[in-house]
Design a binder for this molecule. Sequence first.
Ligand code: MN
Length: 307
Amino acid sequence: MSGPLDERDSRWINEHQIGVEVRQGRSTDVLGTAVTRVLPTKGRRTVGPWCFVDLIIPPDADDPDPLEIGPHPHIGLHTVTWLFTGEALHSDSLGTEQVIRPGQLNLMTAGRGIAHAELSSPEGVIGAQMWVAQPEATRHGDPGFEHHGVLPIIERSTWRGRVLLGSYGGVTSPARIDSPLVGIDMHLTPGRSLLELDPTWEYGVVPIDTAVKVAEDIVEPGWIGLVERGPHEVPLEAGHGGARVLLVGGEPLGERIQMWWNFVARSKEEMTEAWRAWQAHDTDRFGPVPTKLARLDAPRPPWLSPD
Ligand code: MN
């Protein structure tokens, strides 16, 4: 038997010490494909090194638009592609042509520069497109691409998940990471789960199909529940049908990043240089992409004076 505080009481106290901030995602579109942009969000640019989370969830889930994104460049980031339904062809300036299906991971590393295109089957796709900022140590390095057909599964009594990136509870994804982080596609059983956290990391809980309670706050699908550093665990609560949730987290970046268009950098000068290279068709920096889709023109950086 316990003393004056039983386990339930101490958890109750703990819950009230967990700082959770809830932000709504916003609807936008990426070249005609409807997406919900979860990150960056108002006042919050990163969760660990995660700097961009788009959910490709069409307004009419039975009739998604095909995804057709012509060649465009990236610098300083990894793109993480994870599908729930449908399939898409990734092609890039390394010569890669890779079909991705649900349960598989595409991880592209931009480093100093890469270009790629994405084309879904006509039925469209539902999934997530995410970016991870590369740290100073690797962001000027070589571009790369990895496809992982099988990812490790983590089993807990109240949830199971696929570890897309990083490690959780001793289960480690084979995919490359350049700084401490984790990404998991979780399926919660109905009721309450206690999710263990690294207290030195920050996390984002992104419900996919139905609302989830994160500590004391309801987080709707396409929103993000931000869990700040500090707690060793956070309670998640799913309704009758359970819930699918993306968990992203990591060690805070510790570097101030700048993001514009498809670039992650540390200064406007770096982004201007990448922009000029793309607009000048500089194939040393951004090689040709094996695709029939038309190349995307970059908008003019707003900090430059008009032509
Ligand atoms: Mn891209």
